[in-house]
Write a protein that binds this ligand. Structure first.
Ligand code: SAH
Length: 461
């Protein structure tokens, strides 16, 4: 089996340094069950291609420990298709590059280069679509061709080989890592025992890309040979890493706002707005509930009989579920709360007829050109009796000493409104009357760090 890696452009001559393999020589090495050879098929100023050839001895393979002898042990596709053997060979041949080091070109280790990898043959039972599903989310352009076993017998499906190539601007380490992890996932037939060690390998090599991969569950299942306890362990370790990253962005905003312990004050202000008035608010939607900071407070109040946390992000909902510890709460509490995936941009029938809608630090995450749609959905379709909305007050930003002028408080904020801008948007809420409350210490000149709008449906007031 063969893997070809091509680098194009001005850094093509550096490929040899990045892989620690001199293009002028042939590199051979014995590996378990066979031999690997690294050589260059071209080495031009603007294009270099390195080939990794892995020759497996099917006889040695069949004589390995614990293998029953049958004809299939001797006659099989293992020598010809990319599989976990290829992965092991990749690691043996390019271990330094795989670990992100280069003695002679350290400055290029983290530089994305125009790279292309070609795999002439792999056996993927579920066909070319899986190759696309695994590599496209990582930013590769994928081209795959299925080769039927025999064109005369199209019914012999599923066992033919597929050739494919992936290309993209990637670092050498990235493309090697992606192949190292995903080739055996595609092949789905590991040649060695899969144990705890493999969990660590998957988590280590998955760092920075696997947690956010839409197929991470499939990848973990296949990589870990369907051993459920290992899969669970790997997925939870991966998610922990991801959580930390997301929390980092949140922490930056929190640090900025810490002096005034703003987030607590904000939630208290929202609760107060939900408690007031008659008839009392009983059923609340927390739209954009995130990891459930407000939900945790809402469940503590019996007066709130039904609570729905809604978010577009399934990851946020998973975290909210964990942090609410619903599984450990009495049935009566569990029945009051539900978590739904949904969006502020759609008229969601499940959200009609509720008493109140909380929008806590959500509106600034919506693209400015969707704000009219949001206003229509909230005030003309969902039509709760009360909407409680909080959002940063952009005028206050000059008081945050560590925030450079003109910068927003959080990397994902699409905008931050001045007090006048919030009022203007609320004025367009048809059939609602708005009040505004300062949250946090109010400055005579620039107002408070958070601004809150409470909008009541007019027929009710
Ligand atoms: N209300 C929470 C989270 C605020 S962060 C708190 O105060 O802690 C903003 C949240 O809005 C994120 O969880 C994000 O996933 C969610 N969000 C972004 N766009 C959304 C949309 N169109 N519909 C619903 N939720 C959305």
């Amino acid at each position: 089996m063969l893997v070809l890696l091509t680098c194009e452009g001005p850094h093509a001559p550096d490929l040899g340094y990045l892989l620690h393999k001199n293009p002028a020589s042939l590199h051979e090495r014995e590996i378990g069950h066979g031999k690997l050879t690294v050589f260059y098929t071209e080495n031009e100023p603007a294009r270099a291609t390195v080939a990794l050839l892995v020759e497996i001895d099917p006889i040695a393979l069949a004589r390995g420990e614990g293998r029953a002898a049958s004809l299939e042990q001797y006659v099989n596709d293992r020598p010809y298709v990319a599989s976990s053997f290829t992965s092991v060979a990749l690691r043996d041949a390019f271990s330094t590059a795989l670990s992100g080091r280069s003695k002679e070109r350290p400055e290029l280790v983290s530089k994305p280069l125009p790279l292309r990898a070609r795999i002439p043959a792999i056996a993927v039972a579920s066909g070319v679509s899986l190759i696309e599903r695994l590599f496209a989310p990582l930013g590769y352009e994928v081209r795959a061709t299925a080769h039927p076993l025999d064109a005369a017998f199209p019914s012999w499906r599923g066992t033919g080989a597929i050739s494919f190539e992936i290309s993209g601007e990637k670092t050498v380490q990235e493309i090697l890592t992606h192949l190292y992890v995903l080739l055996p996932v595609l092949d789905d037939d590991k040649h060695y025992f899969v144990g705890d060690d493999e969990v660590r390998k998957l988590v280590d090599h998955g760092e920075g890309w696997l947690a956010a991969h839409p197929e991470k569950e499939l990848i973990a299942r296949r990589y870990l040979a369907y051993q459920r306890p290992l899969v669970t362990a790997a997925l939870s370790q991966l998610t922990v890493g991801q959580e930390e990253k997301d929390e980092e962005a949140q922490a930056q905003e929190d640090v900025l706002e810490e002096k005034v312990r703003l987030s607590d004050q904000r939630l208290e202000a929202v609760l107060a707005a939900l408690r007031e008035g008659a008839p009392p608010i009983k059923r609340i939607v927390d739209m954009g509930c995130g990891e459930g900071r407000l939900l945790r407070l809402l469940v503590e109040e019996r007066a709130f009989e039904e609570i729905a946390g809604v978010d577009v992000s399934s990851l946020s909902l998973e975290r909210a579920e964990k942090r609410l510890h619903l599984d450990r709460r009495p049935q009566a509490v569990r029945e009051r709360v539900k978590l739904l995936q949904g969006s502020l941009l759609y008229d969601d029938k499940r959200l009609h007829g509720w008493d109140a809608l909380a929008l806590v630090e959500v509106i600034e995450h919506i693209d400015a050109d969707r704000l009219d749609v949001v206003r229509k959905v909230v005030f003309e379709r969902l039509r709760p009796r009360r909407v409680v909305l909080t959002t940063p007050n952009a005028e206050f930003n000059v008081r945050f000493e560590t925030l450079p002028a003109g910068k927003l408080r959080h990397a994902d904020h699409r905008f931050e409104w001045t007090r006048a801008e919030l009022r203007e948007w609320c004025a367009g809420a048809r059939g609602y009357r708005a009040r505004f409350v300062d949250v946090g210490p109010s400055d005579p000149e620039v107002g408070s760090p958070t601004q809150m709008a409470i909008l009541d449906r007019e027929s009710e007031t």
